[in-house]
Write a protein that binds this ligand. Structure first.
Ligand code: F6R
Length: 241
């Protein structure tokens, strides 16, 4: 389940090939997407290979994992903005089937219910990409989140806000809440690929490797999935036994 690659580029190439194989097998696939630094080389490589191989992405439906509450789609740190910049504006996606929670929605709780429902109506996610936080979160499911959780509103932990403050002018500007897909929604995906790169993920990956499946380490739930892969570069794998 744990696969070590020499560097982030090698992971990006492999994941991009897996995504293209999925699209070629089923051109109306439902993809589960993540944002963050880990995904940037993956999307870069995917854009390059889709263009080179002339892959048709127009039949895809995508659901992102999460969005900050309080940031609109034009805010440069919103995840909708990130996705447009790194993927959606670069390939011929059917934009109306690229779903993210709306950070400015008047009734976030109702929206959460609808979001989980939309994924179920789409027939569940065929392939879910995940990054991992330094505290073991996936999406914004922080330690202690129930494995039975559906899309929900979360207060962000201080650690997550500090980690993400590098993208904002100051810590004060980092939103305090987000909407995230729940762990049960994630686990209903048919296939999961979790990616970790860089030395700052080395400690959590050693912990994940040793850990039983426990709500104290949300990413550990992936180890209980029948069709999941955890891909690490050598830096993130440095403390693995
Ligand atoms: C982002 C997300 C987060 C990130 C995680 C790692 O949509 O769901 O769980 O995957 O925080 O972020 P990076 O890749 O920036 O280290």
């Amino acid at each position: 389940m744990f696969y070590v690659f020499s560097n982030p580029q090698a992971i990006a190439e492999h994941v991009s090939e897996l995504l293209i194989a999925q699209i070629q097998k089923k051109n109306d696939s439902v993809l589960g997407l993540a944002t963050g630094s880990t995904m940037e080389p993956v999307y870069e490589k995917l854009c390059e290979q889709v263009a080179r191989l002339n892959v048709d992405v127009s039949g895809l439906t995508t659901f992102n994992l999460d969005e900050y509450i309080g940031l609109g789609s034009e805010h440069p740190q919103s995840y909708r903005y990130y996705m447009r910049q790194h993927l959606f504006n670069r390939l011929a996606f059917a934009q109306h089937r690229t779903f993210l929670p709306d950070g400015l929605c008047a009734d976030p709780v109702k929206q959460c219910e609808q979001y989980s429902g939309q994924i179920q109506q789409a027939g569940h996610i065929d392939l879910q990409l995940l990054g991992i936080g330094n505290n073991g979160h996936i999406g914004f499911n922080e330690p202690g989140t129930s494995f039975g959780s559906r899309t929900h509103v979360v207060p962000l932990t201080e650690q997550t806000r500090i980690d993400n403050s590098r993208f904002f002018d100051s810590l004060d500007e980092v939103p305090t809440q987000a909407i995230t897909l729940g762990l049960q929604d994630i686990m209903e995906s048919k296939q999961i690929i979790l990616i970790a790169t860089g030395t700052n993920k080395a400690q959590i990956m050693a912990k994940l490797y040793e850990s039983p499946v426990t709500e104290q380490l949300p990413a550990s739930v992936v180890k209980a999935h029948p069709n999941a892969m955890i891909l690490l570069d050598e830096q993130a794998a440095q403390f693995l036994p």
